[in-house]
Design a protein around this ligand. Structure first.
Ligand code: FAD
Ligand code: SF4
Ligand code: SF4
Length: 364
């Protein structure tokens, strides 16, 4: 329980995923205390739930960087943490901001599904007003809801799941059902004119192909087909892995138009060679969903007087920095780099403005 009702901090970081954790650590390295708040009960953001995709060697998915960041943050007394804390109002105060946080209820009945609580994950108990010299918004992204592409069958056709659902199943030990004929469909919710989402989400090719390889490893008799437009290039090491994957998986350069219920499993309709319509039945169809702007983007734009950023993501403003996928699609490694830069910019903002409050706390 937290007895505070007012607090001063040089930097308020909103969002405790890899970006928020990195920003806090980078500020700490520069001698700047911070208050890191998250609306949820756990830190680590979306990547905390990702499974390890290593086979014989590391697949460089980045997921284990979350644990490293959490450990480091726990060891820094200059970083204060509050969970279940939602910012609801903000007012400009000199070069900084006064931000009001309200407590959020604990998620009902989901405790077993949550990662075990860390000692630093303490929920906000009462309304808290924070005066901060700068604010870093690290509120992450929204995962595209595949049911919005209803022609691809998610929630309607048995055997159609999202890549996130496959990850959860693999993390719990195996492929759903007796899936042996598996199709991945890429760019679901990204590069899509109908949805008005023209950008590439950057991470879903790597995510889906690593899951495909893990699925083949767990069920060597399975066959994987990968429907795609292009495959993202993640650098030299990735290109070597991709060459191996091209030898092991079937790559089809087409984005299917429809997935319908078949005799045994979902049937995928796509344009085959020469544009000929083709249909093929699978046991499992996995939709590689992309990243969308955070749902709270309009609320933050209004609260901090920000101009909407590219594609509806967040853009920085006076005394407000943005870090990680809140600013646009990024991998874990890229979010970490981006957040370190945002923290450096927050440091510059503090140095240029009034002397920053140094973390003293006023009790009610
Ligand atoms: C399907 C999928 C698969 C992916 N796979 C990979 C992969 O294999 N490798 C990889 O490198 N990247 C992957 N990514 C990208 C990865 O998830 C992001 O790079 C990473 O999560 C970004 O971290 P973040 O801290 O910016 O945001 P998030 O992880 O989204 O964290 C944001 C945090 O902010 C909190 N928050 C949100 N709103 C508020 C609010 N209003 N007030 C307070 N707190 C708030 C949330 O509770 C959350 O804890 C994948 C993404 C998706 C969608
Ligand atoms: S980077 Fe990914 S694949 Fe490699 S060890 Fe970490 S979690 Fe496993
Ligand atoms: S990363 Fe791959 S699947 Fe995702 S939007 Fe870009 S091209 Fe499509």
């Amino acid at each position: 329980m937290c007895p505070l009702s007012a607090q001063n901090t040089p930097v308020l970081i909103i969002g405790g995923g890899v970006a928020g954790l990195t920003a806090a650590l980078e500020l700490d390295r520069r001698g700047l205390p911070s208050l890191l708040v998250d609306k949820g009960p756990r830190l680590g953001g979306q990547a905390r739930g990702f499974c390890c995709k290593a086979l014989v060697s590391c697949a460089r998915c980045g997921a284990c960087r979350v644990g490293d960041l959490l450990e480091q943050v726990a060891r820094r007394p200059g970083i204060q943490v509050l969970t279940q804390a939602l910012p609801v109002a903000a007012q400009r105060q000199g070069p900084g901001w006064e931000v009001t946080l309200i407590p959020q209820p604990a998620p009902e009945g989901s405790a077993p599904a949550l990662a075990p609580a860390l000692a630093m994950e303490r929920p906000l108990a009462q309304r808290l007003v924070v005066q901060a010299g700068a604010v870093i918004l690290a509120v992450g992204h929204q995962v595209f809801d595949p049911a919005r592409k209803s022609r691809l069958g998610h929630g309607r056709v048995p055997g159609v799941i999202s890549a996130g659902q496959l990850e959860q199943a693999l993390a719990q030990g195996g492929l759903p059902g007796q899936a042996r004929r598996i199709a991945f469909i890429q760019c679901v919710g990204s590069r899509d004119q109908v949805l008005g989402r023209l950008y590439c989400s950057r991470v879903c090719c790597g995510f889906a192909l690593r899951l495909a390889r893990l699925a083949r490893h767990l069920a060597p008799e399975s066959a994987v087909t990968f429907f795609h437009m292009d495959v993202q290039d993640y650098g030299q090491a990735w290109r070597a892995e991709l060459a191996e994957m091209r030898a092991d998986l079937r790559f089809i350069r087409a984005i299917p138009g429809q997935v319908r219920r078949g005799q045994e499993g979902p049937v995928v309709a796509y344009a085959g060679e020469g544009g000929q319509p083709q249909e093929e039945e699978f046991d499992l169809v996995v939709l590689a969903t992309g990243l969308e702007p955070p749902t709270a983007a309009p609320a933050f734009n209004e609260m901090f007087g920000l101009q909407p950023g590219p594609e509806g993501f967040l853009a920085p403003g006076a005394g407000v920095l943005v870090a990680g996928t809140a600013a646009g699609p990024r991998s874990i490694a890229e979010s970490i780099e981006h957040a370190a830069l945002a923290a450096a910019q927050a440091g510059l903002h503090l140095a240029a403005g009034q002397p920053a409050p140094r973390g003293e706390v006023a009790h009610a």
